[in-house]
Design a protein around this ligand. Structure first.
Ligand code: NOJ
Length: 743
C-alpha cells in the first residue's frame, strides 16, 4: 500500500511537472508570436512604465478618481506603454486594458506599492518580521493581493528584501530587519501570498523583489548613498534573500538606486546579468526604480539620457520606471550599434513572459463585483489585529503587564489617540473607508477603565501639570513614546535615534509620583531609548502597527493575547553605535562587557562612552511566563545537524516560545560572524508543560564564500539553542570531511 501511494504521488508529481512544462512552452510560444508582430516603437513602448494618464495626476498616487485623459488612452492603444504606475480603480483599470487590447493587443502591468497596505493597513514589514510567522506573512500578502486587484492594480513593488544593519536608514521599516534568513523567509512567504500557486487565477498579483541589492548597507545609513562591500559579504548576507525570492518564483525584480562598488545597481551587469539571471536562473522581468535610469546622469556615469539608456539596458534593466530615456533614445542607440536588437527583444520577451504568466492576455479586465465578493473586510481587519498582536515585542516587564482587571489607567501622549499614527510608511493613507483603532480604542474595547489625557506631543508641547494630575488619579500610567511614522521609510534617514522633545521628562515625572509606567514605543525603526528602558516598569515596542494596531497591542497589554513578537533587529544604546547587529564579525581584539568595564576594556574593540552591544538583542522578547531550556544537544546526522533542547514553561500562563539556533564557525579562512541564526521553531507550551524541540539544519547551511566559491569546511562549530542571540549554553559540534562531502 505504502509503495502504491509513493507511486501515485510520483506519477502526480510527474504529471504536474509535465503540465507546468507544457504551460511554460505555451507561454514561450505566445511570447514569440506577440514579439514578432510588434513594430520597433511598440517594442520600446513595452519597456516603459509611465506615471501619468490622469488630469489630476500631480495631486496623488491614487489615480482611481475621475476619468482618464483621452490622449493617454489613445497612447495606450498605440502601444506606447508597457506599464503604468499608481492604483487606478477597477473602472480606469478596465478602460486602460480595453484600449490596450483593442489597439496594440498587449495588456498593461499596472503597478503600485502595496507594501503593508492595500485597503486594510497591516503593521509595517519590520514589525511583521518580528512575528517570525511564515503563515501570517503569506496570509497577509494573499489578502492584500485581492484588495490590490479591487483597487485596480495587478502588480506590487513588494517585498523589500534589503538586509538592514543600520537603524539610521529610514527604510529599515520596509524590510525584515538585519537577518538574511528571516528576511528571505518572509519574502518568500509574501511572494507565495501575492502570487499564489497560479498568478493567473484572478485573485493574485505579481510581486517584485527589491531593492537588488545591498541598499541597506549604504554608508552612514544615508538613503541612496554608495555601498562598498566584499563579494563574500554580498553573497553570504545580502544576496540570499533574493535567491530565496527567485526560488519562490518572484515575477519581477527591482534594482536599487545606489552604486555598488562604484557601479550603480541600475546598470550593474555583474549583479543583474551574471548573478540574477546567470547564477540564480531568474527569467522574469527587471524594472528600474523611480527614474533611476535617468539618475545615472546624476551618478556621473552617463553623459546624457542616451548614454543612460544604453548603460541601463545593456546592464540588465528591462523596463524603465517613469523617466523616458529608453523611449526617447534607444532608436538611435540601435542605429549606432550601441545596443543590439537582440538585447531589446530579450527585454520585451521578459516583460511579455510576466504578462502571460499573470494571465493578462486571457483576462485583461477585472470584475469589480466578483472581487468585492472575494474580499471579507471583517476577516481582513481580524487578520490585521492578529498581525499587530504578534508583531509587538514586550521588552521589559517588572510586573506592570498584563494590566490587572479593574485598574484605573491614565493614558497619555498624542500617539495614544491618533489613528493616523497607527499606519506606517506605506499605508494607503485613506482613513475614510474603515475603522482605525488607536491604543485608546483598543484599551476601551478590551474593557479597561481608561482616562485619556493628551498632556504632550512627541516632539512639541509637554504639559507636566496635566501629566501629574492624570497620573495621580490613576493606578497605572500608560504612555506613548517613540517617533512619528512620517520620520521613517524612504528618504528618512536619521542621525539621532534618541527620544526627542520632552518625552523623558514625562517618563521621569510619572516615576517621581511613584506610579507604575507602561511605555508603549511607536516607530518605524530601532531607537536608542536607554533612559526610558531604565525608567519604565514595562516597555512594549509597538512599531507602526497598522489600522487595527491599537486593538492588537491592547490585546497583549491586557493579557487577552500572550506576547508573541521577538526582535529582528538590535536595539542600540546610542545612535553612535550603529550599524549594530548581532551577527557582527569577530575581531582580533574582542571586547567584553564586565562590571569593571561596562563599555569594554581599552584596546579591545569597543567604545569608550557606550556599550558596543545591544540594549535588547536580536531575537529577544519577553512573555508573561518563564521558559527554561535544558538538555541542549547537537548531533550530526547524515546531511543534517540536529539541534535539540527540552523547553519548559515554568510559569502559570501559556507560552509561545521561539526557540532559536545560532552557530559560529570556530576557525575559517575569513573572519566569520560571532553568531549566525540557522533555524527557529515556534513552540506552544501550556503552563507547566515541557516539550522536546528539535531543529534540523542542512550541513550546506554552514558554509561561507571565499574567492567567489561557497563551501562548507570541515571543523568545529560553536552552537546555541537559545531564546535570543545573546543567551544560551555553549555547545560544540564537528563537521568531518565526510559530513561535508555527503551533503
Ligand atoms: C521608489 C522606491 O525606492 C521603491 O521602493 C518604490 O517601489 C518606487 N519608488 C515606486 O513607488
Amino acid at each position: 500500500m505504502k509503495n502504491m501511494c509513493a507511486a501515485v504521488c510520483a506519477l502526480a508529481a510527474l504529471c504536474a511537472a509535465v503540465r507546468c512544462g507544457a504551460a511554460q512552452t505555451d507561454v514561450e510560444r505566445r511570447v514569440e508570436e506577440t514579439l514578432s508582430r510588434l513594430t520597433f516603437e511598440q517594442k520600446l513602448g513595452q519597456l516603459w512604465q509611465f506615471s501619468g494618464g490622469h488630469p489630476s495626476e500631480a495631486a496623488s498616487s491614487d489615480r482611481s478618481k475621475g476619468a482618464l485623459d483621452p490622449k493617454f488612452l489613445e497612447a495606450v492603444g498605440a502601444g506606447r506603454y508597457g506599464s503604468v504606475i499608481g492604483k487606478r480603480g477597477v473602472s480606469n483599470y478596465n478602460a486602460i486594458q480595453r484600449a490596450a487590447m483593442e489597439g496594440v493587443g498587449i495588456p498593461l502591468l499596472i503597478g503600485h506599492d502595496m507594501i503593508h497596505s492595500a485597503t486594510t493597513t497591516y503593521p509595517i514589514p519590520l514589525a511583521m518580521a518580528c512575528a517570525w510567522d511564515e503563515s501570517l506573512w503569506e496570509r497577509t500578502a494573499s489578502a492584500m493581493a485581492v484588495e490590490s486587484l479591487a483597487l485596480g492594480c495587478n502588480w506590487t513593488f513588494t517585498p523589500m528584501l534589503d538586509v538592514a544593519l543600520d537603524a539610521r536608514w529610514g527604510r529599515i521599516a520596509e524590510g525584515g530587519g538585519c537577518e538574511p534568513l528571516v528576511t528571505g523567509l518572509m519574502g518568500a512567504a509574501m511572494i507565495r501570498g501575492f502570487q499564489g500557486s497560479d498568478m493567473a487565477d484572478g485573485l493574485h498579483i505579481a510581486a517584485c523583489a527589491k531593492h537588488y541589492v545591498s541598499y541597506g548597507a549604504s554608508f552612514g545609513g544615508r538613503d541612496y548613498n554608495a555601498v562598498e562591500m566584499s563579494d563574500s559579504t554580498l553573497r553570504d548576507v545580502y544576496l540570499p534573500p533574493f535567491k530565496m525570492a527567485v526560488d519562490a518564483g518572484v515575477a519581477t525584480v527591482m534594482p536599487a538606486f545606489h552604486s555598488f562598488n562604484g557601479v550603480p545597481c541600475s546598470m550593474n551587469s555583474y549583479l543583474l546579468r551574471d548573478i540574477l539571471r546567470g547564477e540564480f536562473g531568474f527569467d522574469g522581468m527587471t524594472i528600474s526604480d523611480w527614474a533611476a535610469v535617468r539618475e545615472l546622469i546624476r551618478h556621473g556615469v552617463a553623459a546624457d539620457k542616451a548614454d543612460a539608456a544604453v548603460l541601463a539596458l545593456n546592464g540588465g534593466i528591462d523596463m524603465e520606471m517613469v523617466s523616458d530615456c529608453y523611449v526617447e533614445t534607444l532608436k538611435s542607440a540601435v542605429e549606432r550599434g550601441r545596443v543590439t536588437m537582440k538585447t531589446i527583444d530579450d527585454a520585451v520577451r521578459n516583460i511579455l513572459r510576466v504578462k502571460f504568466r499573470l494571465g493578462l492576455f486571457d483576462r485583461p479586465t477585472l470584475d469589480a463585483d466578483a472581487l468585492a465578493k472575494a474580499i471579507d473586510p471583517a476577516a481582513n481587519r481580524a487578520l490585521a489585529r492578529e498581525c499587530a498582536r504578534k508583531s509587538c515585542v514586550l521588552l521589559k516587564n517588572d510586573g506592570a503587564l498584563p494590566l490587572k482587571k479593574g485598574v484605573k489607567v491614565a493614558l497619555l501622549g498624542d500617539l495614544s489617540a491618533s489613528d493616523w499614527q497607527m499606519l506606517g510608511c506605506w499605508s494607503t493613507r485613506d482613513l475614510s473607508n474603515f475603522e482605525n483603532a488607536t491604543l485608546l480604542d483598543g484599551l476601551k474595547a478590551d474593557g479597561v477603565d481608561v482616562n485619556y489625557v493628551e498632556a504632550y506631543t512627541l516632539t512639541g508641547r509637554v504639559d507636566l501639570a496635566a501629566v501629574e494630575a492624570a497620573a495621580l488619579a490613576a493606578d497605572v500610567v500608560v504612555a506613548a513614546f517613540g517617533d512619528y511614522w512620517e520620520n521613517s521609510g524612504e528618504g528618512n534617514s536619521s542621525a539621532i535615534l534618541e527620544l526627542k522633545g520632552g518625552q523623558m521628562k514625562v517618563a521621569e515625572k510619572v516615576k517621581s509620583l511613584g506610579k507604575p509606567l507602561v511605555a508603549v514605543v511607536f516607530g518605524g525603526r530601532p531607537m536608542a531609548f536607554l533612559g526610558l528602558a531604565k525608567t519604565a516598569d514595562a516597555l512594549v515596542m509597538a512599531w507602526n502597527p497598522g489600522g487595527c494596531g491599537g486593538w492588537g497591542i491592547a490585546d497583549v497589554m491586557t493579557g487577552l493575547a500572550e506576547p508573541w513578537g521577538r526582535l529582528t533587529v538590535d536595539m542600540p544604546y546610542a545612535t553612535g553605535t550603529c550599524p549594530l547587529y548581532y551577527s557582527r564579525t569577530t575581531t582580533g581584539r574582542p571586547a567584553a562587557i564586565t562590571a569593571e568595564h561596562p563599555f569594554g576594556k581599552r584596546y579591545t574593540s569597543c567604545y569608550n562612552d557606550a556599550p558596543f552591544v545591544a540594549l535588547y538583542p536580536f531575537g529577544y522578547g519577553l512573555t508573561y511566563t518563564s521558559v527554561k531550556y535544558s538538555g541542549e544537544k547537537v548531533a550530526v546526522e547524515g546531511g543534517e545537524v540536529v539541534f535539540s533542547a527540552d523547553v519548559a514553561n515554568t510559569g502559570a500562563r501559556e507560552a509561545n516560545e521561539l526557540v532559536q539556533v545560532y552557530v559560529r564557525d570556530e576557525v575559517a579562512r575569513i573572519v566569520r560572524p560571532r553568531r549566525e541564526l540557522k533555524g527557529f521553531k515556534r513552540v506552544a507550551l501550556r503552563a507547566g508543560e515541557t516539550k522536546h524541540v528539535e531543529i534540523r539544519v542542512p550541513v550546506s547551511s554552514f558554509g561561507y564564500t571565499l574567492n567567489g566559491v561557497r563551501a562548507v569546511e570541515p571543523g568545529w562549530f560553536t552552537a546555541w539553542v537559545a531564546p535570543d542571540s545573546d543567551s544560551g549554553r555553549r555547545l560544540r559540534f564537528e563537521l568531518s570531511a565526510a559530513d561535508v562531502a555527503s551533503r
